[in-house]
Design a protein. Structure first.
Length: 460
């Protein structure tokens, strides 16, 4: 909001080439606000602002800009600017930028780094994609357990400037193995001559470099931490992961799940930048699968042509029946997938879910069945539509079929994510459209078999 209010002033300073005033204006701003302002300016003016900002602040602002905008800016900047920003960036944010770029462009940028920063960048990019190693930063404060509080605080004052966070101090042994983590407030509240060994509680939680980022997200959520240490296979502390990186992971995971629930492959890149053909491919694949599935509906109906000819009134309620089953299945699968993503449900919980959804499905089906029954009876009573001599049996057929279809849809939607998880697949693949298609076909079978049972000897 502040940036929008001052936009005319910023524009006038750029036009007047008053770079000193422009620099002074931005020096008091949080980097995130400066990033918001920059994104609203033309490309050439964005480069001007980065040129007038101090190197450290320019790197901080750059980290708050999306990867697409970062790449555009790097192409527009002078060589010296690119070198300065890349070397000042946080290692984890720089890794996020480099892994999104084509390999040739990433190698070019890595060559611009100082030997020390190049070693860090190559080490982080060497970890598997999607692993915790790609998210971590090696900027942390390690201390020894035989140090005093005074020695720790002196060490923090000398080297803490480059640390990602000072909320937690990490205790390591002579080989660099992590043996504990201690919150900074413990050091601030203890006497200066107290030993680290007297403060630490010998309990800590750590991630491993090859852990999946999604698993790390659950650890952060479980232990309510803002930062967690990362160790290698030998237990040596190699970095830390902070909550801001976890928020990015959570956003990415939620986006992928929402896209899959919508009945398409995860795009894996922003909607605004994904190439047209790639987007069509990701959307067409599932549409074709769903279309072929829906063709089974026509096949199922062909088997009941005789019944439809005898009681054409049954066809009037087909959309009502199959949509109710699909909707109930979509509800159930969405609830179960989200509960799995949050760690609330595991494979062993399937029977508990079955019991709950059996009761829920029957209750929901009974509600819709009663509404369907009343609707037919009311239309007949008010002479809105004449369902014939056997209108009570038709109402009973529709009502009973709704109970069966909704119950089946609910159970199917709830169990499909478990089945996919058991097969080692992503439960989110059981999207709402997929469940609806599955229930459409089976819903027809339930509806016509209920009709055959109730209307046999009358309309059928």
């Amino acid at each position: 909001m502040v940036g929008k209010l001052l936009a005319p002033e910023i524009k006038s300073l750029i036009d007047a080439r008053n770079f000193v005033a422009l620099r002074e204006l931005f020096e008091e701003w949080p980097p995130a606000d400066v990033a918001d302002v920059i994104l609203d300016l033309p490309d050439d003016e964005q480069v001007i602002i980065f040129r007038v900002l101090p190197a450290a602040m320019a790197a901080d602002v750059f980290e708050y800009i999306g990867v697409e905008e970062q790449q555009k800016l790097l192409h527009a900047m002078a060589h010296e600017q690119v070198v300065g920003i890349l070397n000042e960036m946080s290692p984890d944010d720089r890794t996020a930028l480099l892994e999104e770029m084509p390999s040739a462009a990433a190698r070019q940028l890595i060559r611009l780094l100082t030997p020390e920063e190049r070693h860090v960048a190559q080490a982080l990019l060497g970890y598997p994609e999607g692993s915790v190693g790609r998210l971590m930063t090696p900027d942390f404060i390690p201390v020894r357990e035989d140090w005093t509080v005074k020695e720790v605080l002196d060490f923090v004052r000398e080297y803490g400037q480059d640390s990602e966070t000072l909320n937690v101090i990490y205790v390591v042994d002579e080989r660099g193995k992590l043996i504990d983590d201690v919150r900074m407030r413990e050091f601030l509240l203890k006497p200066l001559n107290a030993k680290v060994s007297d403060i630490r509680d010998q309990t800590f939680v750590a991630l491993k470099v090859n852990d999946l980022q999604e698993e790390a997200l659950n650890v952060f959520r479980k232990y309510d931490r803002t930062a967690l240490p990362v160790i290698d296979t030998s237990g040596v502390l190699v970095g830390i992961v902070t909550i801001d990186d976890m928020l990015d992971v959570a956003e990415k995971e939620a986006t992928e799940d929402i896209q899959k629930l919508g009945g398409l492959e995860a795009l894996d890149e922003p909607y605004t930048t994904i190439p047209f053909l790639r987007m069509v491919k990701k959307r067409a694949t599932w549409l074709i699968v769903l279309f072929l599935g829906e063709m089974l509906t026509a096949t199922a109906m062909q088997g009941y042509n005789g019944e439809i000819e005898k009681a054409a009134v049954l066809a009037m309620f087909l959309p009502l029946i199959i949509s109710s089953g699909g909707n109930s299945g979509s509800q159930a699968t969405t609830l179960v997938i989200r509960a799995m993503a949050l760690g609330e449900l595991r494979l062993r919980d399937w029977f508990r879910v079955v019991r709950k959804e059996l009761l829920s499905g029957f209750s929901l089906g009974l509600i819709l069945g009663c509404i369907g029954f009343i609707r037919i009876a009311l239309w007949q009573y008010l002479h809105i539509f004449d369902y014939g001599t056997y209108h009570w049996l038709i109402a009973l057929t529709v009502g009973a079929a709704l109970v069966g279809v909704v119950l089946w849809g609910t159970i199917s939607g709830a169990m499909l994510p478990f089945l996919l998880r058991r097969c080692g697949l992503d439960p989110a693949t059981s999207s709402a459209p997929f469940v609806a298609t599955l229930v459409d076909v089976t819903g027809l079978l339930i509806y016509f078999n209920v009709a055959l049972f109730i209307l046999r000897g009358t309309l059928l």
